[in-house]
Design a protein around this ligand. Structure first.
Ligand code: ADP
Ligand code: MG
Length: 590
């Protein structure tokens, strides 16, 4: 009979069950408790029948004492069993929830840039917060229903058949009608749950955007726009919740109605049997109470379908994320004693779903310790090139060699361990300054090394003004720091990593001229002795580069030193003169 339940063919539920083996003792205990509870409730029907016959027919005085004792005893057994099984199941589902969330986090952590671009952050957050707990909560209730209620139903039906199989047969006439109602509920709820989850993701997105962009909201008076947007999403969420509640609310009375119709048929037949003398009052009482006791588990079966549908929708979207492949890491070689030579051979790249090449026929032989500046107008492919070096994206054409070893043959870990990156968007974690500088290596570096890195990044004076020095907490996103201070922390991070390759992508462009000038000195020091690829928005900072690569529409158009390129009077000279002129302009006075 259990095999017939469609829920046991549900692949999502089966997959969730796959997390259960470590908890088999708990599950075993819970199932035992449920069986005891299920059995106890069918005892009630038997006891009632026996008591009726003894009390009303035989008028046995002992029944007066026995009746309450028996009923209270059974209730205690039933209640205790229920408490135990619920408690054990919650332990299991919380354990699995933790496991799934951890797994989800670890998966997303290893995603490629391509996948990260595909999913919105809010969508992923919704999966952690909402969908994981919906899936688990519903799975637990599904498990309870299919075990406890199934056992109860089996016990009660046995009582029915044992007592009067003819009457029992009639009961099953209503079964197909019940199935139809349940299927309808199932379909509706699954659809609604799916929509709810999407809207939920959008709601988190709207909150996030208006929160992070609060200054834009304030200065451009975006209050009304944000409010409206949020209200619309919220309204949709409300409509969906109402719809889903309406369906679930209708499900219970509908199933009850169908079931009660069955009961009335039975009562009619039972009365006929009673009048012909084949049924005692006690038997009738047992039969009727067993039938009525069957109602709650059957009602649970109707919510089982709703729960299964909600669980399936949540688990499907959860597992879709878990099943995404991690970043490809096919290489097996390690870089040993890397000197810092990088050679690009006819490298080309286009972003997925974009026909246009962001980079093409890029060839360059970079010697160890050389400083290469990348220059070109916005969109010319400078960042794309920078991102190919640590293989955030794999080149779609050509190959990059590190000391002659093709990038594709290297493990990502080995490749990236030789590269430090400072970019315009500084990432500061919610931790101390020391932990931020020693990010990813705090267990391997000494306090002195962190202090030296801070010193090299000219952070010491600032740190001295802080109450806890290096151990000062910087707050979420480092929002207690100025742009320059944040950038210095990321420079200190790069100093500490001491990698042979350094990537600077517009490291100072978020800063004002004054801070930029200060930071430039630290950056110059950071570049010493390393192979550096520098994208600078201010050309004055790269005049000393060993070679300047001028790019346009993903191609190299000129290569040379500052003086060579100026003499050439090409694109570089043009870009330089524009900037030079702009910087030389006298400040207008009023
Ligand atoms: N994540 C992305 N997806 C699709 N296209 C992108 C992406 N990033 C950049 N591009 C495109 O690639 C080209 C080069 O961009 P980019 O390397 O960022 O230029 P630069 O850093 O020189 O301003 C541009 O045409 C840009 O639109
Ligand atoms: Mg860029």
């Amino acid at each position: 009979m259990l095999k017939k339940l469609p829920v046991l063919r549900n692949p999502q539920l089966m997959r969730l069950f796959g997390y259960l083996p470590p908890y088999k003792h708990y599950i075993f205990g819970a199932v035992l408790a449920m069986a005891a509870g299920g059995g106890a409730s069918s005892l009630i029907a038997l006891i009632l029948g026996k008591l009726t016959d003894m009390g009303f027919y035989d008028k046995d005085p002992i029944v007066v004492y026995l009746a309450p004792l028996a009923l209270i005893g059974v209730s205690i057994l039933n209640g205790g069993a229920q408490y135990l099984s619920s408690f054990l199941l919650v332990r299991v589902s919380q354990g699995v929830l933790l496991e799934i969330r951890t797994q989800l986090f670890d998966r997303v952590l290893h995603w490629s840039d391509e996948l990260i671009m595909k999913y919105r952050c809010a969508e992923i957050q919704a999966k952690f917060i909402n969908e994981a707990s919906v899936a688990l909560g519903k799975a637990a209730s599904v498990l309870t229903t299919i075990v406890r209620d199934a056992i109860q139903i089996v016990c009660l039906i046995s009582v029915l058949v044992y007592h009067n199989w003819k009457l029992t047969l009639i009961t099953f006439v209503v079964a197909p009608a019940l199935a139809i109602v349940l299927r309808w509920v199932n379909k509706r709820i699954k659809k609604i749950t799916h929509q709810t989850q999407q809207i939920f993701g959008r709601m988190i997105g709207a909150i996030q955007e208006s929160y992070q962009g609060e200054r834009v909201v304030k200065i451009y008076d975006g209050y009304e726009y944000e409010s409206q947007r949020f209200r619309k999403i919220n309204e949709k969420l409300r409509m969906l919740s109402l719809k889903s509640q309406r369906v679930s609310a209708a499900a219970t009375p509908l199933t009850q109605l169908v079931a009660m119709t069955g009961v009335s048929f039975v009562v009619v037949f039972a009365l006929i049997q009673a009048q012909t003398g084949t049924l005692t009052i006690g038997e009738f009482t047992t039969f009727l109470s067993a039938l009525l006791l069957l109602m709650p588990p059957i009602r649970h079966l109707s919510t089982l379908n709703g729960s299964t549908a909600a669980m399936t929708a949540a688990a499907e979207s959860l597992f879709a994320v878990i099943d995404q492949k991690p970043e490809e890491d096919p290489g097996e070689r390690e870089l040993k004693d890397f000197r810092g030579a990088v050679r690009f051979e006819d490298v080309g790249f286009h972003y997925p779903n974009h026909e246009k090449m962001a980079l093409q026929h890029f060839s360059l032989d970079v010697k160890p310790g050389e400083m290469i500046a990348l220059v070109g107008s916005s969109g010319s492919g400078k960042s794309t090139l920078i991102n190919l070096i640590p293989r955030f994206w794999a080149a779609t054409e050509g190959e990059i060699y590190f000391d002659g070893v093709p990038q594709s043959e290297l493990t990502l870990a080995s490749l990236r361990s030789h590269i430090a990156l400072v970019s315009q968007e500084v990432v500061i974690f919610d931790d101390t300054i020391a932990a931020n500088i020693a990010y990813g290596c705090s267990d391997r570096v000494s306090r002195e090394e962190i202090e030296r890195a801070a010193e090299a990044a000219a952070l010491t004076d600032f740190i001295r003004t802080l109450p806890d020095g290096l151990d000062t907490q910087v707050g979420a996103g480092g929002n207690q720091l100025s742009g320059g201070q944040r950038q210095r922390i990321s420079i200190a991070r790069a100093f500490l990593k001491n990698a042979p390759i350094l990537l600077l992508d517009e490291a100072t462009s978020a800063l004002d001229t004054e801070s930029e000038r200060h930071i430039q000195r630290s950056l110059d020091r950071l570049q010493q002795g390393r192979t550096a690829f520098v994208v600078a928005h201010r050309l004055s900072t790269i005049i000393n580069a060993d070679r300047i690569v001028v790019m346009k529409e993903g191609r190299i158009v000129e290569v040379g030193t500052h003086d060579e390129l100026l003499a050439k009077k090409g694109l570089y000279e043009h870009l330089y003169s524009i900037q030079f002129r702009r910087e030389d302009e006298p400040v207008p006075t009023h």
